[in-house]
Design a protein around this ligand. Structure first.
Ligand SMILES: NCc1[nH]cc(CCC(=O)O)c1CC(=O)O
Length: 321
C-alpha cells in the first residue's frame, strides 16, 4: 500500500548510512523533486537509513567474506517488505542479477568514472617515491598499480571514504586510491592529487554511475524513474555489466571495464567502445581487450570470451581461492 500524506504519495527512499550514500541519495531525491515539479507529479520523499552486512564487516577483507551484494541484501528485503519504495545504489556495488520482482528503474547520468590518488605532498603516480606505501583494498586497483609501478607497496585500507582519507595521515600511507566519483559527490574534489587515466587504471564496472532499484510492480515509481534514466550511461553500463556477468565477477576481484560511446554505427545506433581487464593480484599478469560494437550485451560477452581464451578464468580461480 502506498503511503499517503495529505493526499500525496510519500515515496520512501532507502539508503546505506555512510556519508557518501546519504549524500548521493539526497542528490537523487533533489533530481526527482525537480522532475516532479516539471511534470506536475504529486510525490513527496522521505529517507530511510538501512545498515547492511557490508557496513558491519568493514574491518575484514571483503573478498574473503565473499558473497556478492554485501551492501544490498537488507535493502532489497526492505523493498520487498514495502518499507521502502526505491533504493539508490552505487552501480559498482549492485549485484549482476537482481531478485525476481525487483528491477533497476533508472541509471542516472554518470559522473567521472576514473580512480584518483590522494597523496601526501600532492604527488602524481609517477612522482611517488620508490617503494611508496599505497593504500587500497581493491584487487583491481592493486593489480593495475603494481603492473604500472612494480616497486609500490600496496597495503589494505578499509572503511568509508572519509575514514580512509583520515588514515592516509594517521597510518603513514604515501597515497590512497579512491574513485573520483565519490569525492566529486562529496564536493571533496579539492583533495584529489592526480587522476588515473581510464586506460592506466581501468575503472570498476559501473564506477561513477548509480542504479535506482525499485519493485517491478510499482508502476508509479517506475514511470518517475524512467524520467531520471540517462540512456547513454545505461548503454555503457550495460556493456560493462555484461562483461562482469560473463566473468561471474563482483567488485572484490581484479576485473575492470569501461565503456563509452564513440560514435554512430552504420544503422544509426550508438557505437560503443569497451575496454575490459582481468589481472592477477600482484599485477604480474594484466590481460586487456578493447573492442567496439553497437550491442552492449554482445560486446561485454565478446570481451569476456577473448579474455577467457587468454587465461582469465585461471587468474580469477586463483584469486577466488
Ligand atoms: N566500493 C566502495 C564504493 N562504492 C562506490 C564508491 C564511490 C564511487 C562510485 O560511485 O562509483 C565507492 C568508494 C570508492 O571506490 O572509492
Amino acid at each position: 500500500m502506498p503511503y499517503i500524506v495529505d493526499g500525496r504519495r510519500v515515496i520512501v527512499v532507502g539508503t546505506r548510512q555512510s556519508a557518501l550514500a546519504l549524500t548521493q541519495t539526497g542528490q537523487v531525491i533533489d533530481q526527482l523533486k525537480a522532475i516532479c515539479a516539471e511534470n506536475g507529479l504529486p510525490y513527496d520523499f522521505e529517507i530511510r537509513k538501512i545498515v547492511t552486512k557490508g557496513d558491519r564487516i568493514l574491518d575484514v577483507t571483503l573478498s574473503k567474506v565473499g558473497g556478492k551484494g554485501l551492501f544490498v541484501k537488507e535493502i532489497e528485503q526492505a523493498l520487498f517488505d514495502q518499507e521502502i519504495d526505491l533504493a539508490v545504489h552505487s552501480m559498482k556495488d549492485m549485484p549482476y542479477e537482481l531478485p525476481e520482482g525487483l528491477m533497476n528503474g533508472a541509471v542516472p547520468k554518470r559522473v567521472d568514472p576514473r580512480d584518483c590518488l590522494i597523496s601526501a605532498g600532492d604527488l602524481s603516480l609517477e612522482q611517488l617515491p620508490q617503494g611508496a606505501k599505497v593504500g587500497t583494498s581493491s584487487l583491481r586497483r592493486s593489480s593495475q598499480l603494481k603492473n604500472a609501478r612494480p616497486d609500490l607497496q600496496i597495503e589494505s585500507i578499509r572503511g568509508n571514504i572519509d575514514s580512509r582519507i583520515k588514515k592516509l595521515e594517521t597510518e603513514g600511507f604515501d597515497a590512497i586510491v579512491l574513485a573520483a566519483a565519490g569525492l566529486h559527490r562529496m564536493s571533496w574534489d579539492g583533495k584529489i592529487s592526480a587522476y588515473l587515466a581510464e586506460q592506466l587504471c581501468v575503472p570498476a564496472v559501473g564506477q561513477g554511475a548509480l542504479g535506482i532499484e525499485c519493485r517491478e510492480a510499482d508502476a508509479e515509481v517506475r514511470e518517475l524513474l524512467a524520467l531520471l534514466n540517462d540512456p547513454i550511461t545505461a548503454l555503457a553500463v550495460s556493456a560493462e555489466r555484461s562483461f562482469l556477468g560473463a566473468l561471474n565477477g563482483g567488485c572484490q576481484i581484479p576485473i575492470g571495464a569501461h565503456a563509452t560511446i564513440v560514435g554512430e554505427a552504420e544503422d544509426g545506433s550508438a557505437l560503443l567502445e569497451l575496454t575490459g581487464i582481468v589481472g592477477s593480484a600482484d599485477g604480474s599478469v594484466l590481460l586487456k581487450e578493447t573492442l567496439q560494437g553497437n550491442d552492449p550485451v554482445a560486446l561485454g560477452l565478446e570481451a569476456a570470451a577473448l579474455l577467457k581464451a587468454r587465461g582469465a578464468d585461471r587468474i580469477l580461480a586463483e584469486v577466488r581461492g
